[in-house]
Design a protein. Structure first.
Length: 299
């Protein structure tokens, strides 16, 4: 059996039992992929659990920097050509996933892939799946618990933008990846199981979503549409806050998004108009055959 040129990266904090399950699935992968765990300041028995897995590379931190920063760190430390990232409360359902994901990068235009995923504690259906298996499709983004990426390109682009955390960092990375000339494929692979709790902090979710939507527009929208995109995002966010809520966390998120505009403008690298249109089309209409998308990003 061929060696997997894949590094499995898991960022963790205070979820030792979940991590144990995730690692059992990782070490069971065929092809002996590299496995990296970044401990983001755990104060439970995570280190004791990790002693059960001597082949795993462990990077331990005393203080927490957050999941996004640790995913970026794992990508920088990885030695393989491809990084496969799962959350510590997820597991790989099949021992061939690492090799299947590696095969998904046979097209050099693919810079990242979404891996099929199911969240049984929330909604018992598969996400990130192709409309059919006869053609290759691309999408606008991936779930943070079920993706793989070319390590060199991921690091070249700086990984996930750490000023956009909690919601939207994947979409922000993916539009930058497309602007670099790559696409986000859907891996023909077995699924990842994500045991995410259905109990959510909706105030935090609402705040982050509204804030990060504003910053996404400032960072990425072409100059000709950036102002309109920001204003439309703000208006739609206010309407959504009034109708759905939680109202005040969402309004605060919009305000903090606006307060973050000066910094975002200093860091701004707008994407090409064709890439912007492709990203919005994929987000609205769903997967597209790769041949059609290739013509757009190569233009």
């Amino acid at each position: 059996m061929s060696k997997a040129d894949v590094s499995i990266v898991i960022a963790t904090k205070n979820r030792s039992r979940d991590l144990q399950r995730a690692l059992n699935s990782a070490i069971s992968q065929n092809g002996e992929p590299e496995i990296i765990v970044i401990d983001d300041g755990s104060d439970d028995d995570t280190q004791e659990v990790l002693k059960q897995f001597p082949t795993v590379r462990v990077i331990r931190h005393e203080t927490s920097a957050g999941c996004v920063a640790r995913r970026n760190e794992g990508a920088r430390l990885a030695r393989s050509s491809f990084i496969l990232s799962i959350d510590d409360d997820a597991e790989l359902s099949d021992p061939n996933i690492a090799l299947q994901v590696q095969k998904a990068f046979s097209n050099e235009r693919i810079g990242a892939v979404a891996i099929p995923c199911i969240e049984p504690l929330k909604e018992n259906r598969l996400f990130q799946i192709s409309p059919d298996l006869e053609h290759s499709y691309v999408i606008d983004s991936f779930m943070g618990t079920a993706y793989a990426a070319r390590r060199d390109i991921f690091n070249e682009l700086g990984g996930f933008r750490e000023s956009i955390v909690g919601q939207g960092e994947e979409r922000d990375y993916c539009i930058r990846l497309m602007n670099r000339g790559f696409l986000i494929g859907i891996a023909d692979a077995e699924h990842i199981i994500h045991y995410e709790s259905p109990i959510r902090n909706w105030s935090k979710q609402g705040y982050r979503g509204r804030r990060n939507h504003v910053l996404f527009a400032v960072h990425n929208a072409p100059a000709s549409v950036a102002a309109v995109h920001v204003l439309a995002t703000t208006f739609n966010g206010l309407v959504y806050a009034a109708r759905v809520g939680p109202r005040w966390p969402m309004i605060k998120g919009l305000l903090d998004g606006w307060l973050g505009i000066p910094r975002a403008l200093r860091e701004r690298h707008a994407c090409r108009k064709a890439v912007y249109r492709l990203s919005r089309r994929l987000r609205k209409s769903g997967p597209m055959r790769i041949q059609a998308a290739e013509q757009i990003v190569s233009g």
